[in-house]
Design a protein around this ligand. Sequence first.
Ligand code: ADP
Ligand code: NA
Length: 330
Amino acid sequence: MIMRTVSGIQPTGNLHLGNYLGAIKNWVKLQAESECLFFLADLHAITVPNDPAELSDNCRNMVAALVAAGVDTQKSILFNQARVPQHAELAWMLICNTPMGWLDRMTQFKEKSGKHKQRSSLGLYGYPVLQAADVLIYQATHVPVGEDQKQHLELARDIATKFNNDTGSEVFTLPEPYIGATAARIMSLRDGAAKMSKSDPSDLSRINMTDDDDTIAKKIKKARTDADPLPSKLEELEGRAEATNLVGIYAALDDSTPQAVLDEHAGQGFGAFKPALADLAVSKLSPIRDRYEELRQDKGAIDTILRDGAERAQALAQPTVDKAYAALGL
Ligand code: ADP
Ligand code: NA
């Protein structure tokens, strides 16, 4: 059986090194192992209020970043949900077959709606059902999941099982979790206890996908560290959050491991390690940045990529939608 994975990403703005190493780069790697469908989760993005102009910029920038980083649109199918209406169609069929009690258990709704449950959209509440549709519609065999998404994949499997049982038809494949190499979690350059994030007010806390070479080097030079040299064993990095983060960034950029980085740099202080990291970061990131800047200006090229991706995705999605309608007697 061939492996088919489906994975979505929110069209978030101001892309940074955390997005690249924690999300985008994993897709690039996944292409070597699996047939891949990658989508911009724009229908998920509208479950919360959005500025329309910003949302469309974010979508375009995300496509540019994915392609610049190495998503191969000949091999993989890259598209946005809104242009593949079968997602919304199947989501409705599944919504009608999913007990509210199952959604009440989803912890992310509680986190995202917070105290404002009554003002949150019905879409935010039903979001996990759309997520189920996103993967079931392609008969995905695998879904890459992080810790925070395990509950949602379980729900997708439960929804698929219930639909198959209730209709007495084998409409859906049950997707398995794909646990690849654990995604890097990149921390702020100014605070080893905070995630690198677009919402951090300090621009020195993150490396942006648009930073020029000097800015990248300057931010690494200014990164917070301690005064000790790098140890030879990984365990000895414990309790040194900032040092651990810089070693982790080095490893992720170099497709290596933190231990391998220590094997090479043990004994170095940050006066020596930071320039090495800056050189590596510039050499890996500058070609991606240049392609990214070029591509995101080319609206026509991005529209073509998404149009082609949507056509290919629709061709794969429609048979499942047909089967699901038929199973319901429609
Ligand atoms: P931000 O945290 O800057 O708001 P998003 O939440 O929009 O970024 O994240 C988009 C994608 O990038 C998600 O898949 C998320 O897991 C990943 N990501 C964001 N920040 C990091 C980080 N610091 N380290 C690793 N992955 C990250
Ligand atoms: Na976030």
